[in-house]
Design a protein around this ligand. Sequence first.
Ligand code: 5AD
Ligand code: SF4
Length: 434
Amino acid sequence: MNEHDSERIGGLLMADGMLPTDDVDQARVIVLNTCAIRENADNKLYGNLGHLKPVKDRHPELKIVVSGCLAQKDQGLIQRKAPWVDVVVGTHALPHLLDLLKESETDGPQMDVREYTETFPSALPAAREDAFRAWVSIAPGCDNACTFCIVPLVRGPQRSRSIGDILAEVQGLAARGVVEVTLLGQNVNTFGRDVTVPASSPTPLFSRLLREVGAIDGIRRVRFTSPHPHDFTPDVIEAMAETPTVCEHIHFPLQSGSDRVLKAMRRSYRRERYLGWLDRIRAAIPDIAVSTDIIVGFPGETEEDFARTLEVVERAAFDSAFMFQYSPRPGTRAASFDEQVPKVVVQDRFERLVELQERIGAARSAAQLGAEVEVLVEGGDKKGVSTQARTRTNRIVHLRDVLEPGTFAQARIVATATHHLTGELVRSPDAVTA
Ligand code: 5AD
Ligand code: SF4
């Protein structure tokens, strides 16, 4: 979601006539689009602002902007700590960025941290890193209250866009040559729940959206993130299995393998139900790759609880996992729980979990040896001697051939590592070889 917003910020500035630069001394505007999900993301802001102080001293006309979740969370604190910040723009105020910049020219530092989204950022112009793929936000915000999570506090309640609006955006993207879209929501399974009259929609809307997006001409890959194991429904599995463009990959956040911890997290599924969904998903889509999110060291997590997580990780056989050390977020329920787990214990558990997952991930990856797969080329390495591409299952493939980003090719996997595969080109029907 943060990357999606960054693309809109770039789009707004470019629509206003600006161009991107890598040189801070050339910049007229610098935007730090922040994330507040964990402490390390949070700490980075003030460090970066410190580095920008001498740049601002050299170029007083430079405008420094802080946007995103941390802007929404820290609000006035940012300009108190770093008075050289010209504009603070929260998660709901992005459409007003250009006005705020103009006002700061005449009226000094500006801040807009309004609490409600009037215009979806998706309606703003975008400056995308890649011309062939795009994030599509379907429902910003979140109605859950996971006790560790700051998202509902900084992004507000879920607000679904209309299906028509989303389809129109994807059609527009396809017309401009985009071949892959990733549908974005904090809890995609509840997409539409906030706009439908209760009981008026017999099929949950997300599976319908998947089918309709998947049928748009020119779109060859559809991804989505993230489903929530509590609200997951079988019709989503059916839509995935029956829509050829929907990729064989699911990101399915586990968070913990201990029922006691899941309860304290207010994640209202349990380990057996989670594993049951995985079985059903894999039965319907045999070669699907599964990734997950896991938090280690949630307050009150015992060695016994942690052992349950290791057990589930072993049983689930994830292809990859984002693993995090619990980080107390101000304003969340868990931040005030007693029994915070000591840092050394968290570190030790984290290392054991990473080691187990690396072993499992390497084995899953090794099973790809010899497979022939469709890859979408993402870009070349800096020296221009190889290419990075991605399988439908979201695995990274390194190819020796230099191919045009955004083209598809067939590759045979000739070597595997934990986090990537090496492939040889079998044929590349629509690839332009440089
Ligand atoms: N501490 C550690 N990890 C967190 N996440 C969210 N909040 C926290 C926190 N306070 C992780 C969750 C979520 C992912 C995006 O970030 O695993 O799924
Ligand atoms: Fe945070 Fe839970 Fe909402 Fe995900 S579902 S954004 S973890 S509150």
